[in-house]
Ligand binder design. Structure first.
Ligand code: CUA
Length: 241
């Protein structure tokens, strides 16, 4: 009875932890793709972990007092089964990971480049371009369409594609917005691109996630996601100022 009650509370604790780990609504298309992959892999990893651990516990218990151990016998059937099962799992992990990594929001270079700037622009639609300038130690965000520049505060509209065209003035930095699923290195002398499509308005944190000198820890800022109207108002105010 005692054991049953303990087992029950253990199960409840596991269920509680799992419900904590379950994400609420994803804040961007990137984040949704990453969360979905996480859940998929968890559904594969959880039963596997339980199977391995339970087998281990069973073996320890079952053979705990074996004074006369016999050698293991070949079992080709079993070996083929576990090799094939492992292969199936690895292919599943590889394929699902591949589809998320080639998602054009996570890997913008995976977008079809037609070689024709006009056609590329048409594919991009009404994507908002933000030029990101990283330096020791801060971020500058330039909005070419409104000729607006901000420092350490990135303001973007929700429900619209945004493209960050990034470069650095000095050393390697890296733009990291965990809530929006954005992470991309920024290099001096070359451009890198990150994209997103935020779905939830709100304020998030952005960090530099590449050690870039003694001010690295201070190289953070805010990301504000506004709805279309509020974003328009913000840009008008900034342009006027
Ligand atoms: Cu910039 Cu760390």
């Amino acid at each position: 009875m005692q054991i049953n009650r303990r087992f029950l509370s253990l199960c409840l604790a596991v269920v509680g932890l799992l419900s904590l780990a379950t994400p609420v609504v994803a804040q961007s298309v990137n984040r949704a793709a990453i969360d979905e992959l996480n859940t998929q892999l968890l559904y594969v990893a959880l039963p596997l972990t339980l199977f391995v651990e339970l087998t281990l516990v069973y073996a320890i218990y079952r053979f705990r007092n074996n004074d006369d151990p016999s050698p293991t016998v070949d079992d080709p059937g079993l070996e083929i089964t576990w090799t094939a099962a492992t292969a199936v799992i690895l292919v599943f992990v590889g394929v699902s990971g591949f589809f998320v990594m080639t998602n054009p929001y996570l890997t913008p270079t995976a977008m079809a480049d037609t070689g024709d700037p006009a056609a590329n622009a048409a594919t991009a639609g009404d994507e908002l371009i933000v030029e990101v300038d990283a330096y020791q130690w801060g971020w500058s965000f330039h909005y070419p369409d409104a000729n607006v520049t901000t420092r350490d505060r990135l303001v973007i509209p929700a429900d619209r594609d945004v493209r960050f065209v990034m470069s650095s003035r000095d050393v390697i930095h890296s733009l990291y917005v965990p809530d929006l699923g954005i992470k991309q290195d920024v290099f001096p002398g070359t451009e890198t691109v990150a994209r997103t499509h935020a779905t939830e308005t709100g304020e998030y944190r952005l960090y530099c996630t590449e050690l870039c000198g003694d001010g690295h820890a201070r190289m953070h800022g805010a990301v504000v996601v506004l709805n279309e109207t509020a974003y328009g108002d913000w840009q008008d105010r900034r342009s006027a100022a």
